[in-house]
Write a protein that binds this ligand. Structure first.
Ligand code: GAP
Length: 433
């Protein structure tokens, strides 16, 4: 019997630690607030999400190429992008207990959520970028920043990419990589981190195409969430009003997911107009306009951006996949992950240790095809099934004494728990590999 429960954040955090998906960074030193490390299974899930994301961007309207920009950028880039002057969150401190908050997330009149006092400092603007110095000397020339978004490397490389890839507008540049924000209050585990990964795509088009392309990309991104099996009842869109728009945006829409802590942004889609390319043209002195062969005029391309946090998506798929069932009076936790996201695709379980060698041969056949498999020999079969259910393995394959006679194994389906005998030589075809 399936129970429709919404797992709490604590449930997901504890599953992640228990099964080695995610650890607090520098755990043995007490952790680092807003920074996490990913274990073996977490790393595999992230790799799968990256692959699904990049494949989902294919568009009949133009090509997508990729880059991998540097994490450090000189001050000039972040001046031009508007982040030095505008990438701020309002910060306030409780004078009594010294706790620090984002002022826009509090009702100051209600007092400090920690100690109850109502004695606040002035609200100050706090710039969220991590500043650093390149080399040994400290000067304005060596001042640089860890990037707070991956997008700027795409804009500063726009002409390099255009001239080296034989592509024409419209086209997209995609990038996956780390971004850093000195969040005042990192919270909700992977939801708001100080070091996180973004998957961003900037779509360059003619100015009059930005509005229709914005609509196209909203639909394409919504299909992505359907394709990876997210429950669409927990997805909605939110259009930004004028006062919500980021400093670079002419229009914006959030794709939101219903987390246990409320509806929150999962992905942002922005019409960035020609803001970034024009700013970089102005600040660098390099012309980033293109020439239109048809109209024989130059124009600065407009940009539609799709940006999702990989860690936030990771958290979303875990919340969405988490289920609890009761089978034969026993409760099991099962992650009903889309098979393409599941970190382990197949688990091979010899009924007893005496069958390890024969089972290993079948396991090896699949690992040699590059399929992520586990070979698990310890504990009862029931316990081994539960372990695989908790990490979302779609199929468990049990080799028993009958297998020696009939050349069949038992294939158990994670979601239905149904079991079927399948000939070993037909296994790859049966499983779709
Ligand atoms: N280039 C546009 C941009 O960076 P954003 O809305 O600030 O836009 C895009 O960020 C996505 O990055 C968000 O929708 C979210 O998924 C992710 N993200 C932003 N800040 C984050 C944080 N502190 N921790 C984890 N993910 C974050």
């Amino acid at each position: 019997m399936a129970t429709d429960i919404v797992p709490s954040l604590e449930t997901i955090v504890s599953l992640c630690k228990r099964r080695g998906f995610v650890y607090p960074s520098a755990d043995i030193y007490g952790g680092l607030n807003g920074v996490y490390d990913f274990g073996h299974l977490g790393t595999l899930i992230k790799q799968n999400l990256r692959t699904l994301w990049i494949h989902s961007l294919n568009s009949p309207r133009g090509e997508i190429v990729q880059i991998e920009g540097a994490l450090l950028g000189p001050e000039a880039v972040w001046k031009a992008s508007g982040h030095v002057d505008g990438f701020h969150d309002p910060m306030v401190d409780c004078k009594a207990c010294k706790k620090r908050y984002r002022a826009d997330e509090l009702d100051l009149k209600k007092g400090c959520p920690s100690c109850g006092n109502n004695d606040w400092t002035e609200i100050r603007q706090f710039n969220m970028m991590f500043k650093t110095q390149l080399g040994a000397s400290e000067s304005a020339a060596t001042l640089s920043y860890l990037r707070p978004e991956t997008a700027q490397a795409i804009f500063t490389n726009f002409k390099n990419v255009l001239s080296t890839n034989r592509i024409k507008i419209p086209f997209g540049i995609a990038q996956m990589g780390k971004a850093f924000r000195n969040e005042i209050t990192p919270k909700q585990f992977l939801f708001r981190m100080r070091e996180f990964e973004q998957m961003e795509m900037q779509w360059f088009c003619k100015p009059d195409q930005a509005a229709p392309e914005f609509e196209n990309w909203v639909q394409q991104r919504l299909s992505f969430y359907e394709m990876i099996g997210i429950n669409l009842n927990k997805i909605r869109t939110h259009n930004h009003s004028k006062d919500e728009l980021a400093h670079y945006a002419a229009a914006a829409l959030d794709i939101q997911y219903e987390f246990p802590f409320g509806w929150k942004e999962l992905e942002g889609i922005h019409n960035r107009s020609d803001f970034d390319l024009s700013q970089h043209t102005k600040h660098s002195g390099k012309d980033l306009a293109v020439f239109d062969e048809v109209t024989k005029t130059s124009y600065t391309p407009h940009v539609v951006e799709c940006s999702v946090g990989l860690d936030r998506l990771f958290l979303t798929v875990l919340f969405d996949a988490y289920h609890e069932d009761t089978i034969d009076g026993e409760t099991r936790i099962v992650l009903k992950l889309h098979p393409a996201i599941a970190p382990i695709k197949l688990a091979f379980l010899p009924l007893t240790q005496k069958l390890n060698e024969q089972t290993y041969k079948v396991y090896e056949f699949f690992t040699q095809k590059g399929i992520a498999c586990q070979f698990d020999t310890t504990g009862s079969i029931g316990k081994r099934y539960r372990r695989q259910d908790e990490i979302g393995t779609p199929f468990c394959i049990t080799y028993d004494f009958d297998s020696l006679e009939d050349g069949c194994v038992t294939v158990r389906n994670r979601d239905t728990t149904k079991q079927e005998r399948v000939q070993i030589e037909d296994l790859a075809q049966y499983l779709g590999f």
